[in-house]
Design a protein around this ligand. Structure first.
Ligand code: DAH
Length: 349
């Protein structure tokens, strides 16, 4: 076959296709499509013949053939629309499109997210805004600027995971052991007065048991302004706890040590299970109190490290374990329940 013959055949195919198409109704359209465009259709076979031509002819003829295929496919589609072929006839269809679908499982927020959000809500009502900090942290922010000297035994309270990379001061990067570095990062960027809360994951090289994990969650809060005192801290935490646990909740402070506060305190809330009556309660062990967070008045060295004059500025800070709040709010006795992602438990929370 010469190229001229092939072109003539192509032209004939076009004519017969178009003249037959207008006579085809919706019932015959599928058969029509197979006749011309199917695997063994007229146009398909004609295009296949191209392989016997030398390459330069094949290119030119191929372009013509493909253009025709596009034209005819469009004409066929138009005819389908015109005759109503291919459209679903809703009246005759066997499917009832108004039926409800199959139910599918709907996800929900993780209990720790729900609790962190609740805590955020409580502090936002008291005028705090939200900040975030990185999980991979520098020794400077996690320890040094928080008044942990490099050889201070207080570092032993927080067994740390190190990352095999150096920070800008030549020290090993680490996974933050608490959310307190957010105090430093925020205050270096934002002049007081500052009221901030920050929730997130923290890491310690610890064995896992019912109340410990190598990764857990904390919420840090701090307020720096002029003349901030322990009284402001007490009022703020009491208002927060009453909002979260109900108006009968009471708080108690006992002295404690954290290098970045002075004075430092452990803060406990009256037991939400036995309402502080102390009667043989398994949660508070009969003491009537549950320890919930560490807190204190920010140490002058920390204020100084952030670039402010501790004679002029003061503040309070607190750090709370979010798991502990979740365990109290949901009545969970083993924190591992919060990490196992067992749907039978998560669905109840
Ligand atoms: N960062 C402390 C810890 O993880 C908790 C803490 C205690 C935070 C006292 C504070 C604070 O801001 O004032 O053990």
């Amino acid at each position: 076959m010469t190229p001229e013959d092939w072109k003539a055949k192509l032209s004939l195919t076009r004519d017969s296709f178009l003249s037959a198409l207008i006579k085809t109704d919706s019932a015959g359209i599928a058969e029509f499509e197979t006749k011309y465009l199917g695997r063994k259709g007229e146009l398909t076979l004609l295009l296949r013949d191209l392989k016997d031509f030398p390459i330069e002819d094949r290119k030119a003829l191929g372009a013509l053939g493909n253009a025709l295929k596009t034209e005819l496919s469009a004409a066929l589609d138009a005819r389908k629309t015109e005759t109503g072929a291919g459209a679903v006839n809703l009246e005759k269809s066997k499917f009832d499109l108004t039926l409800a679908g199959y139910p599918f499982p709907r996800g929900g927020l993780h209990p720790l997210t729900i609790v962190a959000d609740k805590m955020y809500d409580g502090f936002q009502k008291l005028g705090f805004s939200i900040a975030e900090g990185p999980l991979i942290e520098e020794d400077y922010f996690n320890f040094e600027a928080l008044n942990f000297a490099s050889d201070h035994p207080a570092r032993d309270m927080q067994d740390t995971f190190y990352v095999d990379l150096k920070d800008s001061r030549g020290k090993d990067l680490l996974l933050r052991t608490h959310t307190s570095p957010v105090q430093i990062r925020t205050l270096k960027n934002q002049e007081p007065p500052v009221r901030v809360v920050s929730a997130g994951r923290v890491f310690r090289s610890e064995a896992v048991d019912a109340s410990h994990s190598f990764a857990f969650h904390q919420m840090e809060g701090f307020y720096v302004d002029k003349n901030v005192s322990m009284a402001d801290l007490k009022w703020t935490l009491e208002a927060f706890m009453k909002d979260l646990f109900g108006s009968s909740a009471k708080i108690s402070f006992s002295p404690s040590f954290f290098p970045f506060v002075e004075p430092g305190a452990q803060v406990a809330v009256s037991c939400v299970f036995c309402k502080g009556s102390g009667a043989a309660c398994p949660v508070c062990k009969g003491t009537g109190w549950i320890e919930l967070l560490g807190a204190g008045v920010i140490h002058p060295n920390v204020i100084k490290a952030c670039g402010y004059d501790p004679e002029k500025w003061s503040g309070f800070a607190f750090g709370a374990g979010i798991e502990r709040f979740a365990m109290l709010l949901y009545g969970i006795s083993d924190m591992r329940m919060l990490y196992e992602n067992d749907l039978r438990i998560l669905k109840q929370l």
